[in-house]
Design a protein around this ligand. Structure first.
Ligand SMILES: [Fe+2]
Length: 290
C-alpha cells in the first residue's frame, strides 16, 4: 500500500495526500484509488492542478468510459468543446459571469438539490470527478451524503419495503420542482429512466439510490411514491450522514454516484466567479443491479 487514506467523517469520505493525479499512470496506485473509492465513496485530493485534457485522460485511466449526457447537454451547448467535460461554472463563452436570467445559470441552480449524477439516463454516472479551477472568496461548498450508512440505518420494515422497488428518474421533474418549464420537444428528450431504489454493492453492502430527479415509484400511486421518496431523502440527508467540503484552489474530489448523493451550497454567483470541471464515468454495470 503506497497511499494513505485519512478519514474526513466517521462514516465515509477520506483525504488522500502525496499523489500527483494528472501524471499518475501506475496501475497499482490506480487500483488503490479504486479500492479507496469502494471503501470511502468520496476521496479528496489537494493541490491537483489539472488541465482539461489531463482531467479527461485521468478519468479514463481510473474508470474507463466517460459519460457525455450528465447535465444540460441536450439543452445548452458546452463551451468547453466536449460533452465529456462538464462546465460546472457561472461563466459564459467570453469569460463573463452569466447574467441572472441566463438559462444555463438557472439550470445550474438545480445543483443545489440533493442528487446523484445522471440517474436520469441509462447507464447513469459511476464516478464523478470535480476539479476546482477558480473559486470565489466566499464559501461555495459541496455536501455529500453517505447512502450506504443511510440504508444501514433503516429499520427492518423499511428495508423490506424498499427491496425490489423501481424508481423513475427525470431531470425535467427535478427542474420543474424549481419552476423551470420545458417545451414539448425538450420534454421528449428528457423522458428519464428507471433505476432500482436500493443498489447492492460488490462489498455486500446496500445503498439507497435516490436523487431529486426521483419522480415516482413504479406501480405505486404518484402520491404514495413521492411521499416515500421524500421520507427517504429526509432520512438520508440527516447531518450525521453528511460531509461538507470547503473547497481550496486545485482541489480534486472523486465521488461514487452509486453510494452517495451530493449538492452545491448557495453563494452569490451573480457577483463571484466559480469555475469547476467535472468528468463522470459510465456505470455500465448498473443494468445488472436489482
Ligand atoms: Fe452533480
Amino acid at each position: 500500500m503506497t497511499l494513505t487514506f485519512t478519514p474526513l467523517h466517521p462514516l465515509f469520505a477520506a483525504e488522500v495526500p502525496n499523489v500527483d493525479l494528472p501524471v499518475l499512470t501506475d496501475p497499482t496506485v490506480l487500483a488503490e484509488i479504486r479500492a479507496g473509492m469502494e471503501q470511502y465513496g468520496v476521496l479528496v485530493f489537494r493541490r491537483q492542478p489539472f488541465k482539461d485534457e489531463e482531467q479527461l485522460e485521468f478519468a479514463k485511466r481510473l474508470d474507463g468510459t466517460l459519460h457525455t449526457q450528465t447535465s444540460q447537454a441536450v439543452l445548452v451547448k458546452n463551451r468547453l468543446g466536449t460533452e465529456a467535460l462538464s462546465d460546472i461554472s457561472n461563466v459564459g463563452p467570453n469569460g463573463e459571469i452569466l447574467p441572472p436570467n441566463d438559462r444555463r445559470r438557472m439550470g445550474s441552480l438545480a445543483n443545489r438539490l440533493w442528487h446523484t449524477d445522471a440517474s436520469f439516463v441509462s447507464p447513469p454516472g459511476r464516478f464523478s470527478m470535480l476539479s476546482a479551477r477558480v473559486l470565489p472568496p466566499v464559501s461555495a461548498d459541496t455536501e455529500f451524503a453517505c447512502m450506504r450508512a443511510a440504508y444501514d440505518a433503516l429499520d427492518d420494515d423499511m428495508k423490506t419495503l424498499t427491496t425490489g422497488l423501481k424508481v423513475h428518474h427525470s431531470i425535467a421533474y427535478s427542474r420543474e420542482t424549481l419552476g423551470f418549464e420545458f417545451t414539448p420537444a425538450e420534454k421528449e428528450k428528457l423522458k428519464g429512466t428507471v433505476q432500482p431504489l436500493v443498489r447492492a454493492m460488490k462489498d455486500g453492502r446496500r445503498a439507497l439510490y435516490l436523487a431529486s430527479h426521483a419522480s415516482s415509484i413504479i406501480d405505486w400511486s404518484l402520491a404514495e411514491g413521492r411521499l416515500l421518496i421524500r421520507d427517504l431523502m429526509e432520512h438520508a440527508t440527516q447531518p450525521r450522514f453528511v460531509y461538507r467540503h470547503h473547497w481550496q484552489e486545485a482541489d480534486f474530489i472523486i465521488w461514487d454516484n452509486r453510494t452517495t448523493m451530493h449538492r452545491a451550497t448557495a453563494f452569490d454567483d451573480k457577483k463571484y466567479r466559480r469555475e469547476m470541471r467535472r468528468t463522470t464515468t459510465l456505470d455500465i454495470e448498473a443494468t445488472t443491479n436489482a
